[in-house]
Design a protein around this ligand. Structure first.
Ligand SMILES: [Zn+2]
Length: 266
């Protein structure tokens, strides 16, 4: 980012014109001899009321691709990883504190804006840290393309998904679809096991189970044929092209969400 970019970033929010801004910039450079033009432009912007952190770390806007489980730091502060995708790529983020951690819970695929964050360098690459002073806002969904139109949300093939740390979007054709029903705990949705004529959830004890549909699928793309599981109500999937979000657990592909179903013979 050069001084011109700083000007473009702030111009709609300040009452001076371009010429006056660059005059301020050169005055600052005269006083602080070794500063470069961009550094001086950031100081000038601050004098006009726009904070340096906002210019150095402009708000990130993107859709929430994945939300990790809640963990705790050694001092007991809750945190969770999450990943944001937009047309420039995927950003790894970590949010700290009850407020952000809870707020993220229902934001999968939603359009959000993060401001006042900092970026840390880690061995896995840059990590966007969302701390107490940071802000996460949900934006109007129409302000950005849907997640299924963001190229960077997809893997090139299901084989590539095996190497991914996070769930991503894929396309595949279903070549086999067997629907079974599974008894699950009504509280947590996990499978229950029979015990002396009752049903037991490993977390919730004796429960009155609900029946849930399970699709056991074989799906194919250019990289191969894979066993996949999808829990939920969906039409018959055989011979359909599906767009879905999935992750691998061992050798099994877990389909978390199906976005579209298209008959390949129509
Ligand atoms: Zn349960």
């Amino acid at each position: 980012m050069c001084a011109e970019e700083v000007w473009n970033y702030i111009k709609d929010r300040v009452s001076i014109d371009r010429e006056e801004f660059f005059k301020m910039v050169s005055e600052i450079r005269e006083k602080a001899k070794f500063i470069n033009e961009k550094g001086a432009a950031i100081i000038a912007a601050e004098k006009l009321g726009i904070m340096a952190d906002e210019i150095l770390f402009p708000p990130i806007i993107g859709r929430v691709l994945e939300i990790g489980p809640v963990k705790r730091t050694r001092s007991g502060v809750p945190y969770r990883m999450f990943w944001i995708v937009n047309s420039s790529g995927i950003k790894s983020c970590v949010a700290f504190g009850d407020q952000h951690v809870n707020f993220l819970e229902d934001l999968e695929d939603k359009l959000i804006k993060i401001s006042k964050y900092v970026v840390a360098k880690t061995t896995f690459g840059p990590l966007t840290r969302v701390t107490e002073i940071s802000k996460i806002e949900v934006l109007d969904d129409d302000l950005y393309i849907p997640i299924t139109d963001i190229d960077k949300a997809y893997v090139n093939s299901i084989a590539e998904l095996k190497k991914s740390r996070i769930s991503k979007l894929c396309k595949a054709v279903v070549i086999f679809d067997q629907v079974t029903e599974l008894s699950v705990c009504p509280i947590c949705g996990l499978a229950v096991s029979p015990s002396n004529g009752d049903w037991v959830c490993s977390t919730h004890g004796l429960v009155d189970p609900e029946l849930r549909k399970v699709h056991r699928l074989q799906v194919s793309d250019e990289s191969g044929i894979y066993s996949a599981t999808f829990y939920g109500e969906v039409e018959e999937l055989k011979n359909k092209l599906i767009v879905f979000k999935a992750t691998f657990r061992g050798e099994e592909l877990y389909i978390l969400k199906i976005y579209s179903v298209q008959n390949i013979f129509e």
